[in-house]
Design a protein around this ligand. Structure first.
Ligand SMILES: Nc1ncnc2c1ncn2[C@@H]1O[C@H](COP(=O)(O)OP(=O)(O)OP(=O)(O)O)[C@@H](O)[C@H]1O
Ligand SMILES: [Mg+2]
Length: 295
């Protein structure tokens, strides 16, 4: 569904250049539900905006659903944004109009006309569990309910890819759990690919794959040992036995052979004092020695 290669984004302001993405590689399979995590300023929103066609990469390759986003003209971009992707933000005021009802808000972006349009809006609100709140004004809904209206809108034109930037950032734990359950549900029933940017490690733990971004590059991937459904079933059976590592963490090696060492490891004895390491291949392992310990 998504293939980014050596993706670069440079923001130019009056007297300053910010390199927000510096050669980022990432692939997402069709039908996957995955999360992107990383510190503030690491480039998560920048990446999501590129994927959503809201901004253009400075260099690199970016394919979504087989389409080359760097080759798009204005017209193709509008079509792509309308038909291929749905977008959900943390601050849903960006998509919603407070004095309209939930139903009216969802009807707005639907491309159908008349009765079919209304029927589709109702169907979408029912899909996100808001069938009983159709006629309420947005301002009469809770934060979690408003977020679900935003998700219904993002699904309005049957996108193949749903992008969510901190969708639970302003919700409490219980409500963000429900929103995540909804994403999982939509992923399962509609087969829609879902990419969620989050700060929330608990939320990230509930998806099968987590990609970590550091300084505009993918630095690590956490891949679940068993499917979330299996894990829940097992935990159920074992009555929530002691916390177990649910994901295995991998560092990401790029095509040019570059690797980001996990931040904490660089504090180890010997690595602080020099920017050179000795790299040795030993019985199928690659071993790094600090310069002073070179054998
Ligand atoms: N429009 C812009 N103009 C200039 N610099 C920008 C712009 N948007 C983002 N940046 C810079 O690019 C870098 C990446 O920003 P980005 O918003 O992608 O981070 P993020 O990972 O989403 O952070 P957060 O978790 O705080 O949302 C930051 O250094 C940021 O200051
Ligand atoms: Mg962001």
């Amino acid at each position: 569904m998504i293939r980014c290669e050596e993706l670069v984004k440079i923001y130019k302001t009056a007297d300053l250049e910010v390199v927000a993405l510096q050669g980022l590689d990432m692939r997402v399979e069709d039908g996957e539900l995955m999360a992107i995590i990383g510190n503030s300023g690491s480039g998560k929103s920048t990446l999501l905006n590129m994927l959503g066609g809201l901004d253009k990469p400075s260099a690199g390759k970016l394919f979504v659903d087989g389409k080359d986003l760097l080759a798009f003209g204005e017209k193709e971009l509008v079509k792509y944004k309308r038909e291929t992707v749905g977008f959900v933000w943390q601050n849903n005021a960006r998509n919603l109009i407070p004095y309209l009802t939930a139903l009216e808000n969802v009807e707005l972006p639907i491309l159908l006309k008349g009765r079919r349009r209304r029927a589709r809006a109702i169907e979408l609100l029912e899909a996100v569990g808001l069938g009983h709140r159709l006629r309420n004004k947005l301002s009469e809904l809770s934060g979690g309910e408003q977020q679900r209206v935003a998700i219904a809108i993002a699904l309005a034109n049957e996108p193949r890819l749903l992008l969510a930037d901190e969708p639970t950032g302003s919700l409490d734990t219980k409500t963000s759990d429900q929103v995540l359950d909804l994403f999982r549900n939509l992923n399962h029933t509609l087969g829609i690919t879902v990419v969620i940017v989050t700060h929330d490690p608990l939320l990230a733990r509930k998806v099968n794959r987590v990609v970590q971004i550091r300084d505009g590059k993918t630095s690590a991937e956490m891949i679940r040992r068993e499917s979330y459904a299996d894990e829940l079933a097992r935990l159920d059976a074992e009555h929530l036995q002691a916390e177990r590592q649910s994901h295995i963490e991998y560092a990401v090696l790029d095509k040019a052979g570059r690797l980001q060492i996990p931040a904490g490891y660089l504090d180890a004895e010997g690595f602080k004092d020099s920017n050179k390491v000795r790299v040795e291949l030993e019985e199928g392992r690659i071993i790094l020695y600090p310069q002073e310990m070179t054998p």
